[in-house]
Design a protein around this ligand. Structure first.
Ligand code: HOZ
Length: 429
């Protein structure tokens, strides 16, 4: 398989884009490879500029629950574009998408659309600080809430992958207001409240962690966070950028039966176009400008193309989608585990419905410490073996694999067959 055109493009890209990419994990640095450049995608497959085709498990990092370029979406977008690509004024599409979000996620009584998950989380925290008149926030080690300063402290995703969980450039002031707890460890949360009574504006959490690899919440963890926050008059913010509409139509909060005060959304809500959103209780959201004094704005917020893609994507979330995706997820998780066992490779697969992560470790993965005990070198060898066999997994041990409605049992079985070979590669140093 030749990747010469990708190599040439990467060399050129490095002369204009820092590291040759616009988002760090894409550079394949953590897996000891050179990135492939994508020419087109359809369904569950992507094709690189050299003409190689891959079964895709990155799926744009989560938005594409219906697969790449579904025909209905492309048609809807073309029609919307003919009517204008940006108005800088309200359009009916924002109202429709907002109402659809509220139908699916009842805790979101009011919603504000933004352009990315990062904007959603930073705006939600500003609102929480304004509402509580407190400044500190609690986040969890290994959780990632986008790249705004207060969150780049012990962060997951690219920050973790590239060994910089706390970024230079984040001021001491920004970092000092971010208190770090351990995921699935309620005692660590209680200790922070004991030491910072009446100072904590919000606890922000990925209700299913997806940015240190997939780490599900332990039984009762989210409910206990809800209770602590209620009794401390602190707001509970669920970052459902990954889990929203992904693990259930109403997200992880629907599965856990826990109602957060605020929810941050992204990815599926934009159907592959840049959309983020934050929303929650009406009395809180009514503090957002122009209804209230908490300022937040955006030239392209509520963009008609992005809203069209989001509406199309949310309308396709049929009840049968979730059991079907979960079946594929279970099959893939079991197949990867079997392939590892046959090869004598230690592997733990964490899966929730259509998201999963195979961790190269023999310890159960339930928090940042156990996630980072996984052998990233082994993952790198496995990744390269998969890529060479026509499968495109996330280029990092600490990211989630995403399935979509376009993946078939045949695709999954082909992936498992490739994994048998790639697991053998893992043992070759
Ligand atoms: N931080 C994203 C994954 N959790 C990666 C974004 C990208 O590279 O597109």
């Amino acid at each position: 398989m030749s990747v010469s055109k990708s190599r040439t493009l990467f060399a050129r890209a490095q002369q204009i884009l820092p590291g040759g990419v616009d988002s760090p994990v894409r550079a394949f640095k953590a897996v000891g490879a050179s990135p492939i450049f994508i020419r087109r995608a359809a369904g569950a497959r992507i094709e690189d500029v050299d003409g190689n085709s891959y079964i895709d498990y990155v799926m744009s990092w989560g938005p594409l629950i219906h697969g790449h370029a579904p025909r209905g979406l492309v048609k809807a977008l073309a029609a919307a574009a003919r009517d204008g690509t940006s108005f800088g004024a309200p359009s009916p599409l924002e109202v429709e998408l907002g109402e659809r979000v509220r139908e699916l996620m009842q805790s979101v009584e009011r919603v504000r659309f933004v352009n990315s998950g990062t904007e959603a989380t930073m705006s939600a925290v500003r609102l929480a600080r304004a509402a509580t008149k407190r400044e500190r926030i609690v986040k969890f080690e290994g959780c990632y809430h986008g790249h705004a300063d207060p969150f780049l402290v012990q962060a997951g995703s690219g920050a973790l992958t590239l060994g910089q969980p706390t970024s230079p450039g984040v001021t001491h002031g920004a970092a000092a207001d971010t208190l770090i707890a351990s995921y699935n460890d309620l005692e660590s949360v209680r200790r922070l409240f004991d030491a910072n009574r009446d100072h904590i504006a919000a606890v922000i959490v990925e209700p299913i962690a997806g940015n240190m690899g997939v780490v599900p919440p332990a039984d009762g963890f989210l409910r206990a966070l809800r209770e602590i926050c209620s009794s401390e008059r602190t707001l509970l913010i669920f970052d459902e950028v990954i889990s929203g509409f992904r693990v259930a139509p109403g997200g992880a909060q629907q599965l856990a039966w826990v109602t957060p005060d605020l929810t941050c959304l992204g990815k599926i809500i934009g159907g592959g176009l840049p959309v983020g959103a934050y929303g929650g209780r009406a009395n809180l959201m009514e503090m957002v400008s122009p209804a209230g004094p908490v300022y937040q704005a955006g030239t392209l917020s509520g963009n008609p193309l992005a809203m069209t893609a989001g509406l199309w994507s949310l309308r396709q979330l049929k009840p049968s989608l979730y059991p079907n995706l979960a079946k594929l997820g279970t099959r893939l998780a079991a197949g990867l585990a079997d392939a590892a066992r046959e090869a004598g490779v230690a592997l733990q697969v964490n899966a929730v419905g259509s998201v999963l992560t195979p961790f190269f470790t023999d310890r159960p993965v339930r928090d940042y410490q156990s996630a980072t005990s996984a052998d990233a070198q082994r993952y790198g060898r496995f990744f390269r073996g998969m890529l060479a066999r026509g499968i495109y997994p996330p280029p990092s041990q600490f990211e989630a694999w995403f399935l979509s409605a376009a993946h078939t049992v045949k695709d999954v079985d082909k992936t498992i067959a490739a994994a048998r070979g790639a697991m053998r590669d893992v043992l070759r140093s």
